[in-house]
Design a protein around this ligand. Structure first.
Ligand SMILES: *Cc1c(COP(=O)(O)O)cnc(C)c1O
Length: 384
């Protein structure tokens, strides 16, 4: 058994990152927008996006998108229940109604079919989630949204570097990325909105900084221009220069980070083959490039004779950290009380809810760490 605990994930920080952040700290210009505007430019170059707006989190980005689109009481927003709670919280806080689309059983992603079942005359927005680093099958969803004249925003929190039909996520449409420590690259906390719609990007850019119509204080270290005034009431969601410096340094090696996780994921897949109780997610068959942000498997609880929660606990006892992505939103207390879900309408979400577990995956892991995880999985299944 491992003597040191293997966390399920953590940010991979190297000396170059530390120097980049130190340099900003030494400059004493920690929250202007010099670094933040630079990361926007580099992000556009990397993803091919027309516009990018650096933010304090992906949650902030989703909030500003909902505000920009005027989502409010009487409106419905379709998104999966198998997602992080932030998007659904914002829909609820805006006074709109979240409507949950079921996911495909083996990819945990929504499809045009599962979305279509949720459409009503009140539907204003669809938010699909690229899951675990794979890309949603966007083509049919884009066609559906265009046909219905409904806005589409991609939750790309897991999808930095992922490609769909040979085009990077973020290049087409509107997508929101996260730089929380467990995502592909980290800025401690941070996010990025990409859009090919300059009107929407402009709105988000204004709203992220008090509605002032300027990006931040201190563009040239000289304070805010005297003519800056509130064009409309906004929020305080800009990315700091400290975060942006870390992000720039990380973005410069995103391909290496993603490549390393891909190697580790391939090693997992080889080593897990033949363990009947463990069923990895399927890799979609359409043309895409996986960013392998999470390595999620399903425990065949019947065959294993134990619950997923017990399995996670026993792996923890063997010094292996695990994650749960995600506990479906509709099963959480507030949403159980406030949202009625037709029985059976989220069958695949619920089936997976009992079985999914995320195994450790981050770029600093070694192949031997993956072997330790697989050995622990086998030991837990044998010792039941
Ligand atoms: C992490 C995550 C978010 C939120 O990102 P933050 O930057 O923490 O606000 C949103 N959606 C999904 C699917 C996520 O995994």
């Amino acid at each position: 058994m491992r003597t040191a605990f293997l966390p399920f994930s953590h940010a991979c920080i190297n000396e170059a990152d530390i120097s980049a952040v130190s340099e900003v700290l030494r400059s004493c210009r920690v929250a202007g927008d010099a670094q933040a505007s630079q990361i926007e430019q580099c992000f556009c170059e990397y993803t091919g996006a027309r516009e990018a707006v650096a933010l304090s989190s992906a949650t902030a980005g989703m909030h500003l998108v909902l505000a920009a689109l005027g989502i409010g009481p009487g409106d419905e927003v379709i998104t999966p229940s198998m997602t992080w709670v932030s998007t659904v919280n914002l829909i609820a806080l805006a006074g709109a109604k979240p409507v949950f689309a079921d996911v495909e059983r083996d990819t945990l992603m929504v499809s045009a079919e599962t979305i279509q079942r949720c459409v009503t005359p009140r539907t204003k927005l669809i938010i699909p989630v690229h899951f675990a680093g794979a890309a949603v099958d966007m083509e049919p969803i884009r066609r559906l949204a265009e046909w219905l004249r409904i806005f589409l925003v991609e939750d790309a929190a897991h999808a930095l570097g992922a490609e769909y039909h040979r085009s990077r996520i973020g290049r087409t449409g509107t997508a929101v990325f996260s730089f929380h420590p467990i995502k592909s690259i980290s800025t401690a906390e941070g996010g990025m909105l990409c859009s090919d719609n300059p009107l929407l990007a402009g709105f988000v850019r204004r709203l992220k900084f008090y509605g002032l119509g300027v990006d931040a204080y201190d563009r040239q270290g000289r304070g805010m221009p005297a003519e800056a005034e509130v064009l409309e009431p906004g929020y305080k969601y800009n990315m700091t220069d400290v975060s942006a410096a870390l992000g720039l340094s990380q973005l410069a090696r995103v391909e290496a980070l993603n490549g390393r996780r891909t190697e580790l994921a391939m090693h997992y897949l080889r080593r897990l083959e033949g363990i009947d109780e463990i069923v990895p997610l399927a890799v979609p068959q359409y043309t895409m490039r996986h960013a392998w942000r999470l390595f999620i498997v399903r425990l065949d609880t019947e065959r294993a004779g134990m619950s997923r929660d017990a399995f996670m606990l026993k792996l923890g006892e063997k010094n292996i950290g695990t994650g749960l992505h995600f506990r479906p939103v509709h099963t959480q207390r507030y949403y159980r009380k406030t949202i009625t879900v037709e029985p059976g309408s989220l069958a695949n979400t619920e089936w997976n809810s009992e079985r999914i577990v995320s195994l450790p995956l981050f770029a600093d892991m070694t192949t031997a760490d993956v072997d330790d995880v697989v050995d622990a999985v086998k030991a837990v299944l044998c010792g039941r």
